[in-house]
Design a protein around this ligand. Structure first.
Ligand SMILES: [Zn+2]
Ligand SMILES: [Zn+2]
Length: 348
């Protein structure tokens, strides 16, 4: 088969690669489209791969073309995505349902062959069937949708509350949609970009507040009749937005940290004291898994993608490249400021 093979740092080539074979309990998928994840970029551009040569890619949509012995979950012709994490399922964390905390895991597209190829073979348990009416360009967003779902579901989410979502990026917009699906009193989104705020309203946010605007905090509190937000989701990962999460929180609020940190955090004493005074519950979230593996996050994402209540948007996609132009696609990451959304590699 053809694949985008990573031979060394900055050396990714469209080349012949051994076609993977199904084994008992595995599923062979003809890949339609793959997303380039932020985590793939250092693998290609900064010597970040576990070994060479390797075929990366872990956010994908495709069709089952062959199933191994004993497979019952999917059949040939099903449209599927793959949950990329392959937990050991026997360690204490796995048994307890702490799937993302398993340290004996494998990962499709970083420790074993991924989806930047014509075919990928994955364990049956990792295959997630979805309705064929869902476009592949939506299905490549399964993973971020499950990350957002996991954060919302694990944050002791109750409907009927004021919800603050900080950051209107892809994850933030999925958080908005889950909050809408699970029910809320009012969803308010915070971002520094008015266009993203307008987009968030299109996804069901009731209000958008530019956090750089004059008196943002008073305005934000006013939208809750002064109470603050019982549910706060941080989906950026910066010092400023973490502080915002504390400021926006109501007394005893649940503050969910979903954004991947990319900043050093420092608080003044009064800022730190907000956590004590309001008796906040801060929780971090990582990936989108639970039991039964890969979890309700994936099953619900499939369900709500099919009903249309959960959507990806053309604005989530920066650009599409044929798989044969994977090198050009990765070169684009040398100027990340020019990239707005996910870059897709598409099989013709
Ligand atoms: Zn990823
Ligand atoms: Zn484990």
């Amino acid at each position: 088969m053809k694949a985008a093979v990573l031979y060394g740092n900055e050396d990714i080539r469209y080349d012949d690669y051994e076609t993977p074979e199904v084994e008992p309990g595995t599923v062979k998928i003809a890949v339609k489209a793959s997303g380039i994840c932020g985590s793939d970029v250092p693998r290609v551009l900064h010597n970040g791969a576990h070994y060479y040569p390797i075929v990366l890619g872990h956010e994908f949509a495709g069709e089952v073309v062959e199933v191994g012995e004993g497979v019952t979950k999917v059949k040939v012709g099903d449209t599927v995505t793959g949950a990329p994490r392959i937990p050991c399922m026997v360690c204490a964390d796995c048994v307890a349902g702490n799937i993302a905390q398993c340290t004996h895991d494998s990962f499709i597209g970083s420790r074993q062959q991924g989806s930047f190829a014509e075919y990928v073979v994955i364990p049956e348990a990792n295959a997630v069937p979805y309705d064929p009416s869902v476009p592949a360009e939506t299905a490549v967003f399964f993973e971020p949708a499950t990350v957002a779902a996991h954060g919302v579901m694990q944050n002791d989410y109750a409907g009927g509350e004021y919800v603050a979502v900080i950051g209107a990026g892809t994850i933030g917009l999925f958080v908005v949609q889950w909050a809408k699906i699970f029910g809320s009193r009012k969803i308010v989104v915070f971002d520094v970009d008015d266009e993203r705020l307008a987009l968030a309203k299109g996804f069901g946010a009731d209000e958008g507040v530019n956090s750089l605007s004059e008196g943002y905090l008073e305005k934000a509190k006013g939208l809750t009749a002064g109470a603050g937000y019982a549910q706060v989701f941080e989906a950026v990962g910066s010092n400023a937005t973490l502080l915002m999460a504390l400021e926006l929180a109501a007394a005893k609020a649940h503050v969910g940290l979903i954004g991947t940190p990319h900043d050093t955090v420092s608080f003044t004493k009064p800022q730190w004291e907000i956590i004590n005074r309001k008796e906040l519950t801060l929780r971090g979230f990582w990936q989108g898994y639970s039991l039964p593996f890969p979890g309700r996050e994936w099953e619900l994402t499939a369900h709500y993608f099919a009903t249309g209540q959960l959507r990806a948007d053309p604005s989530f996609i920066d650009r599409k490249y044929p798989l044969s132009e994977a090198a050009e696609a990765f070169a684009r990451f040398k100027n990340p400021k020019n990239i707005h959304g996910k870059i897709l590699l598409v099989n013709q």
